[in-house]
Design a protein around this ligand. Structure first.
Ligand SMILES: CC(C)(COP(=O)(O)OP(=O)(O)OC[C@H]1O[C@@H](n2cnc3c(N)ncnc32)[C@H](O)[C@@H]1OP(=O)(O)O)[C@@H](O)C(=O)NCCC(=O)NCCS
Length: 167
């Protein structure tokens, strides 16, 4: 079966939220966690995508659209998660790669942010680098950016007030 990257469907959202339950529930019961995900303004304001094999969902990811920095389009990727039983089979890497290909093909943003809860190595493989300490906004996650054609510190400094908070 061919693995497909596509927009999530409404009826898939609970399954998608549960992919990250172990990482983001912080001990909350499933129903409470789901209720908060369903009500989340952050989650509602972004686009969700899945990686699937037919009806089997493997991984999910969200894409945020932020205000442009001058002429430069700014996007964010987040909430990358793979179903527990399918982890460490490469799906996480595939969905990040697919989301980046999709973004470059459809929207061609110059700047893509993410907050990594799992250190830097996983996202460095996809061209992201950690911003300097003075731009970091959260203690438990690392703000990383992929900027094209190349990282430009003067742009980051100029627009530092527009750096997205944890999403
Ligand atoms: C992170 C996650 C999406 C990776 O998905 P996956 O399908 O297992 O990814 P892949 O098989 O492509 O790659 C696995 C790599 O993820 C990285 N990784 C996974 N969990 C990690 C963690 N807790 N800390 C650091 N790196 C981690 C490792 O580099 C690992 O490579 P390895 O197997 O060679 O050690 C998955 O572990 C998950 O859903 N975790 C819970 C949600 C979460 O924390 N998401 C990250 C948000 S920034």
């Amino acid at each position: 079966m061919k693995t497909e990257f596509r927009p999530a469907r409404v009826q898939e959202m609970d399954e998608i939220y549960l992919m990250g339950y172990d990482a983001w529930s912080y001990g909350r019961p499933v129903e409470k966690y789901l209720a908060e995900c369903r009500a989340s303004k952050n989650y509602q304001s972004c686009r969700w995508f899945v990686l699937c094999d037919g009806a089997i969902l493997r991984s999910s990811i969200l894409i945020h659209t932020f205000d442009p920095w001058g002429e430069q389009l700014v996007r964010g990727i987040g909430s990358v998660a793979t179903q527990l039983e399918f982890r460490r089979h490469g799906y996480g890497n595939i969905i990040v790669k697919s989301a980046l290909s999709y973004l470059m093909r459809e929207e061609n943003p110059e700047i893509i942010f993410l907050y990594s809860d799992i250190g830097e190595a996983f996202y460095k493989r996809h061209g992201f680098l950690a911003l300097a300490t003075q731009y970091q906004t959260k203690q438990t996650a690392t703000l990383m950016v992929r900027m094209l054609p190349e990282y430009d510190p003067t742009v980051v400094e100029q627009y530092k007030r527009n750096i997205p908070g944890y999403f």
